[in-house]
Design a protein around this ligand. Structure first.
Ligand SMILES: [Zn+2]
Ligand SMILES: [Zn+2]
Length: 404
């Protein structure tokens, strides 16, 4: 059975949801003390994934300028084999990732489409935040080369760690240094449909993208016969059209219309037409991509999604494409199997804590193995009455935990 629902959410955002063989959302509540069998929402951490299932989560769908309602680009793919992959970690997106309450050890694989801040600005938050909150291993980052070595991912990560040198050296003394490391796998941005990752039944390929400079890519994720294309920033390109066929879910950017870039985003008309139609994808161009590749489900993102912008984008897309479509906002989730693609919204706490994983939190380094970043001069300023005030608490904690 196939049906399409339009759901009006609070705030006026209208979502078009296409469901295949699914008719349960909001299902009947049979007694006043009973439970609701199916809702339009997903509560993180409450549903096991089937082996043949992918859960795709929009953790950031916005723009480089900050907005509380929408972080910049970040997609999380959770697979039925236990693997989880972050595709981009744009500015602000880690608050949405963190609200899923996934142990940080499971969030160690990051694929970057390109090096604009709205696609990797929150790597710092994942890196340092996860380090302080129980990650036991280094982060692994995959990303493209650039036209020259200084425009590539390896250079970016090397200098990211240099920029955060003070952060790393001070944390290294009190935390295990290992989770503060980042391993980089850089791959050729020009390679077409080339395998950049293949482990545990999962294949990830990359495609060149046309966006702002040489280097940006899109990714194709394949698992148990399911295919999800994660489009990075790009003008529609021949590589995506050719390789994103037979796709279960095709994500592709769709940008604000030039008039809306002027009206809402403070751009000049000259800038708006360049940004909106040359290095990004306009709504009719997005529609043309999707009506050509015909995915089971199309997802457009990378705009501030509210009534005014949404309707202008939808109109442009619908002139050209009539298939299943979501215009994404943060905290949308899709459960993808061969039989169905179900879209819901996530309900998660604003005050989430990190959750322990199966691995024990690493111990701090042994004394003398990492240079002490605090000088005797600074240590000499410790105020004794505070030491004395906390002494009983310190003694009790050390005794309870067998600490010297
Ligand atoms: Zn970009
Ligand atoms: Zn972008």
């Amino acid at each position: 059975m196939k049906l399409r629902l339009s759901i009006a959410f609070l705030g006026g955002v209208v979502l078009t949801v296409s469901l295949v063989v699914f008719l349960g959302a909001g299902g009947t509540v049979k007694s006043p003390t009973g439970t609701a069998p199916d809702r339009y929402v997903y509560y993180p951490g409450t549903e096991a994934l089937a082996t043949d299932e992918i859960r795709l989560i929009a953790c950031g769908t916005g723009l480089p300028a900050a907005r509380r309602d929408q972080a910049a680009t970040c997609w999380l793919a959770e697979l039925g084999n236990g693997d989880k992959f972050l595709f981009d970690v744009g500015t602000g997106s880690m608050v949405n990732v963190a609200a899923l309450m996934i142990p940080y050890d499971f969030l160690d694989k990051v694929f970057l489409t390109h090096l604009h801040t709205d696609h990797w600005g929150d790597l710092a938050t994942l890196w340092a935040g996860g380090w302080t909150a129980g990650r036991t291993k280094p982060l692994r980052v995959w990303g493209p080369t650039g036209a020259t070595p200084d425009m590539g991912t390896a250079y970016a990560i090397e200098h990211f760690l240099k920029a955060f040198n003070w952060d790393a050296k001070t944390r290294n003394y009190v935390l295990s240094p290992k989770p503060g490391q980042i391993t980089v796998k850089e791959f050729d941005f020009k390679a077409v449909n080339a395998v950049v990752y293949q482990e545990n039944g999962v294949t990830i390929r990359s495609l060149p993208a046309i966006h702002a400079g040489d280097g940006p890519v899109s990714f194709i994720l394949e698992y148990v016969g399911l295919k999800v294309v994660i489009g990075g920033d790009t003008f529609p390109n021949k590589w995506y059209i050719k390789n994103a066929v037979d796709t279960d879910v095709a994500i592709h950017e769709v940008f604000l219309t030039p008039p809306d870039l002027v009206k809402f985003y403070g751009q000049s008309p000259g800038q708006a037409i360049g940004v909106g139609t040359q290095i990004h994808t306009s709504p009719p161009a997005f529609g043309k991509v999707m009506s050509t590749i015909k995915p089971r489900h199309a997802i457009g993102y990378h705009f501030f999604n509210e009534q005014g912008t949404h309707d202008d984008i939808l109109e442009g897309v619908r002139d050209v494409y009539s298939g299943p479509l979501s215009l994404a906002t943060d905290n949308m989730v899709w459960n993808i199997t061969k039989d169905s693609i179900i879209e819901r919204m996530i309900v998660s706490p604003d005050q989430a804590w990190s959750v322990n994983g199966p691995n024990k939190p690493p111990a701090p380094p042994a004394p003398g193995t990492v240079p002490d970043p605090i000088s005797d001069f600074i240590k000499s300023g410790r105020w004794q009455p505070a030491e004395e005030a906390q002494a009983p608490m310190v003694k009790e904690f050390k005794k309870e935990n067998n600490l010297k």
